[in-house]
Design a protein around this ligand. Sequence first.
Ligand SMILES: Nc1ncnc2c1ncn2[C@@H]1O[C@H](COP(=O)(O)OP(=O)(O)O)[C@@H](O)[C@H]1O
Ligand SMILES: [Mg+2]
Length: 328
Amino acid sequence: MTDQSSKISSDTVKTESQQDLLQFLADEGVDRAMLDEVRAFRERFPVQDPALAHRIPVPDCFYYGKDVWEDALAALLAGKNLLLSGPKATGKNVLADCLCSLFARPSWNISFHIGTDAAWLIGADSFDGERVVFRPGPVWLCANHGGFGILDEVNMAKNESLAVLHSALDHRRMIDVPGYEKIDVHPAARFIGTMNYGYAGTRELNEALSSRFTILNMPPIAEADLDRLIARRFPALREKIREQFVKLFIEIEKKAESSEISERALDLRGILDAISLAQQGLPAGKAVEMCVVNKVFDAYERTLVRDTVQARIPAELGRAEMFGDGRP
Ligand SMILES: Nc1ncnc2c1ncn2[C@@H]1O[C@H](COP(=O)(O)OP(=O)(O)O)[C@@H](O)[C@H]1O
Ligand SMILES: [Mg+2]
């Protein structure tokens, strides 16, 4: 296959997945007028450059939760930046990726940590072997190309180093790097922050920054949605077993909410991973031990979690009993 034809086929896949997502949202009952606005947005801001089209994510799973979808769409369509705040594994990154895909925007995933600084975010001088040139950072590129910038775990950076984002995020919509040209933020560009904020709280985002976002508190996935998510991801998993895994997650969630156990065991990723390991042939008990129970380091608490698991998932439950013929 030539470069050109492989490019075309991968773009076709993307378009199909965006169509699927639109269809999925229509089926979920998301407001039609909003979906029409999204279509109009896509027509207004087509992405022609193949290098940018390549940055439009193709989500491998859809976010479930109609109300959250509508809140997020309203904010982005109104031209606002969005901060997704909530406990871990509430689908913040899944939703952010789905939003980029739905709006068909190239995305820049920008992970924040204690060492994140302005030069890295916006760009800095660099020597290209002959002369000093400006090497743009991800926020600059995203703003310039009309992308969606995912500011992942934005609260983990030092607040002072984020001051450089203020003018990009508020009504000024511009980036002014001293000594360089000032650039305007492209009208299609948006920033979507994520922030883990559990029942016990976490590192806060300062007022200057949080006031520049519309903030969506991400709820834990609803029981019926979790059931559909597991069914979609593991179509061969028997319904009765699926039910037990759903109930197990809800029970751990209740215990974490009432502070009976910490939030370490409350991790949907762990539950999904456990089912994957069991699908590989590990007894269910062992799989859940590795993916859920062992995430808790306190011995007493681990016993509480293990008891909760054992009440629902028999330790010796094997692939054949879980997946019918036992094959993925
Ligand atoms: N409402 C939801 N819809 C779809 N998937 C979800 C939802 N909530 C959690 N998940 C699942 O949980 C896992 C973690 O999601 P992720 O987006 O990485 O979480 P976060 O960024 O909030 O920590 C993924 O497997 C994702 O599919
Ligand atoms: Mg995340």
